[in-house]
Structures are given as C-alpha cells and as structure tokens.
Design a protein around this ligand. Structure first.
Ligand code: AMP
Ligand code: GLY
Length: 425
C-alpha cells in the first residue's frame, strides 16, 4: 500500500513509525513532513492547506490511503475532497470535524442525547455573557467556541477573571472568529481520562485505549495550559471493560446520531472525559489522534496500525480481532523550549541526538526540530517526545529520564512528574 500521512509533528512522526512497521506498507510519504520524518518517509513540500496540490499528488503517486494527523485540514474539508475523488482517508469529513471545531455543536448534541456533560450556556455578545457571569458561582469555565490551539479554555476563579476572559473573546478578538461565540460552563472536579475509539465508515466503533495527558506547563499541574507535556497509556483506573462501557455511553450514540443526519464519521474519535464524584462527564471531543498521547500509544501497539487505519477507511473494523499490545504500559515525555507556551527561542542547538542510546523499548519522536548543517536545532515550542514501554509506570519514567539525561540542550525543559497520579514518589 502507498500511504500518505498529513502533518509534521511528534504525532505524525509516531504515526509514520507505526505505519512503517506494517508489512503492507510499500511506500510512505508525509506532507509536509519534517527532517526527522524524512528518515522514515518521503517528506513532500506541499502546503497542508493546498488541497488541489494534495489531491494531484495522491492521484499521481497512486496513494492508497491518506492518514490526516491534525484537526485543521479535517475542519477545512480535506477528507471530503479526497473521498470525493475515490481516495481512502483516515479522518472524518468537514461536518464530522465540527465536533472539534465547535464546542457549542458538541454540547448541543450531548444535550439532545442526554450525554453527561457540564451544564452550559452559549453567548454571542459581551453584555449578555457578562450579565450571566455576574449571577454565577465560581469557579466557572469560559470557552471560545472554535479552535484556539488549546488556549481558548479559561478557568475563572472570580467574576473579574470572567470579565477579562470575555474582553479577550469579544473586545480584543484574541481568538479571532473562534471567540465570537463563547460557551460558559460549570466547573467540574475529577480525574481526566482520554478515551480513544476508532470509527469506520459504516459507523462501527472499536474502542482502542485510554490515556492521560498532562496539560499544564509546570509540575504539580500548575501554570499555563499547553498542548500536553506528557502522557501515559492505558489509564490504570479504567479497565478494558470500563473502557468499552464508556465508549458505548459517550461515543457510539454520537456516531449514530451523526449517521442519522447523513454524516458518516470515520477516523479517530477522541473523547476527553472527566470522572467526577457523580460519574464521568464529556469535556470535549477531538476528531484525530491526541498529541502527545499517540507517541505513547503507538510504541505499545502490537496490532498492525496500518491495518486498523485502513479498516476504518474501508468500513471493516468489525473484522479486527482483539487489539494486541506489546507491553502493559507506555509513557511519553515532552521536551519543550524554555518559555513555552509563551515566547521562546528558536533554532537552539540540541547536541547528542544522533548518538542516543535507546533500549529496545525506548523511542524518540521529533515534534519540532530542524536539521541544519548536520546539527539538530529546536524549531518550535514542543520539540522532542521520548517514549518508553514497560510493566510499570515508575520504571518506564526512569528509563525515559535516562534517555533525557543523554540529551544536551540548554533551552530544554520537561516535567519530571509525568504519571504522578499512579507513581509513588
Ligand atoms: P477542553 O479543550 O474543553 O478539553 O478544555 C481544556 C482543559 O480545560 C481540560 O482538559 C480541563 O482540564 C479543563 N476544563 C475544560 N472544561 C472544564 C470544566 N467544565 N470543568 C473543569 N475543567 C475543565
Ligand atoms: N493532548 C491533547 C490533544 O491532543 O488535544
């Protein structure tokens, strides 16, 4: 099979790595790819939003399957464009991607289907939203409706915070169009769990696994929100049976509802849940693999990844036998540039990457690097993902730290407490 992956981050590096392991992968391409991805796939210099060029490339290179990594091309309809031209795609169409693009869209579906989620209201102007916030108890959560790169969710401790958040959305336009509608919801307390299910074009839902991300930049879950600083899989408190049950409650009804509306959802369905004292609630839906969760999930997966992705695109996930895993747990730790998620230096030197000693269960994925004159430089906020698999999270974390200790990078920062919920210090 000729396979094309869309994207250039750590998630796509891991996807390329996983797909490449399949005996059914003949040629692997990545648009736009990266210097690190080029070591395992051909990186093709086409802009991700140039759908005409991507389609032309697929037809010319006889691509059998396109795997779309990030949400943006999905919300821009890349999947529709390719499927309409008889190309198999892993990733939902534009209407399916609305689940991630609009929090209001998802919350309204939850309300209709009686799916547990935080109580909410939707506002389209500053004055009405402020009046509402003046009559609420705190904390309160204010969310830009649209895509805001993980920055559009503001937890407000008091009315002044709410006012600041509303000014950002409505007056300062900090989130552009994404903030022209806001969802204001009740603050929930509990453990967060990410649930990943594969969905095929016939609406068959195959629960894959669970994972736990660490969104805050600082140890002890403090500081600003990021795209994710580390993750592990599966979540020890969620048994396989429980995962299937959660998928039936939170994912299957939404997939069925979309199908009734003529929307054939196919690809990854990533449900962000929070388990409160009253039970699990849906926080958000993402329509793609998580980043960095994928960098932990793929090293652990024994079942052929390409077979799973292809089965989603062709509608044959029901034929997949039990999913197999190589080990009990996996973790990934993100190395970021000092200053991220705010300002940080670019193109800083990372030494030693070529000479790392990796044991057979250790993996290095590049999220934001570039190769200049045979030297690896940082090229983004989240830069490296070091992953490992094993029998227990504590040992896995120690093994990842042993890899990190070999990397000489003055600007590098990572959280040392990934997995704290399940590791006795
Ligand atoms: P979201 O993008 O909607 O998942 O929100 C990002 C993060 O904000 C979540 O992972 C939670 O940590 C937090 N969050 C979002 N909604 C709520 C809520 N209703 N109550 C508590 N925390 C929330
Ligand atoms: N790690 C969070 C996300 O992929 O949205």
């Amino acid at each position: 099979m000729n396979v094309l992956v869309i994207g250039n981050g750590g998630r796509e590096h891991a996807l390329c790595y996983g797909i490449k392991q399949s005996p059914n992968c003949s040629n692997l391409y990545c648009i736009p790819g990266s210097d690190a991805i080029s070591e395992i796939a051909s990186s093709i210099k086409i802009e991700v939003d140039d759908h005409d060029a991507i389609l032309k490339y697929c037809l010319e290179s006889k691509i059998d399957l396109v795997v779309i990594g990030p949400e943006l091309p999905l919300t821009q309809g890349l999947s529709n464009r390719l499927i309409n031209n008889s190309i198999l795609v892993f990733g939902p169409d534009q209407m399916g991607a609305e689940l991630e693009k609009s929090k209001k869209f998802t919350k309204d579906i939850c309300k209709k289907l009686n799916i547990a989620t935080a109580a909410y209201d939707v506002f389209e102007n500053y004055d009405d939203a402020l009046t509402f916030c003046q009559n609420q108890s705190y904390p309160l959560v204010i969310k830009a409706d649209g895509l805001a790169a993980g920055k559009g969710v503001i937890i407000c401790e008091k009315i002044d915070d709410a006012k600041d958040a509303l000014i950002k959305c409505f007056k300062e336009n900090s989130f552009g169009d994404a903030g022209s509608v806001v969802v204001i919801e009740e603050f929930l307390v509990g453990e967060e769990v990410s649930l990943f299910s594969l969905v095929d074009k016939n609406g068959f839902v195959l629960p894959l696994t669970t994972a736990q991300d660490h969104k805050k930049i600082l140890e002890g879950e403090k500081g600003l929100n990021t795209g994710g600083m580390g993750a592990y899989t599966p979540v020890p408190s969620i048994s396989s049976n429980k995962m299937h049950e959660l998928s039936k409650i939170f994912i299957e009804p939404i997939v069925q509802y979309l199908a009734q509306k003529g929307i054939n959802y196919q690809g990854m369905f990533y449900a962000g849940l929070i388990v409160t004292e009253e039970g699990p609630n849906l926080l958000e839906i993402n329509v793609r693999f998580g980043d960095p969760e994928t960098q932990a999930i793929i090293p652990l997966l024994e079942t052929d990844l390409l077979e799973l992705l292809h089965a989603s695109a062709t509608g044959s996930l029901n034929e997949i036998e039990k999913i197999k895993w190589k080990n009990d747990y996996a973790m990934t730790i993100v190395m970021a540039t000092n200053g991220y998620p705010e300002d940080y230096k670019k193109l800083t030197l990372i030494s030693n990457l070529e000479n790392l000693f990796l044991r057979k269960d250790d993996y290095l994925f590049h999220a934001g690097t570039t190769l200049r004159k045979h030297k690896w430089l940082s090229n983004g906020g989240r830069v490296l993902n070091i992953s490992s698999t094993g029998k227990d999270l504590k040992t896995i974390r120690q093994n990842i730290h042993k890899v990190i200790d070999q990397i000489t990078w003055d600007e590098g920062y990572y959280r040392k407490d990934i997995g704290w919920r399940y590791i006795d210090e």
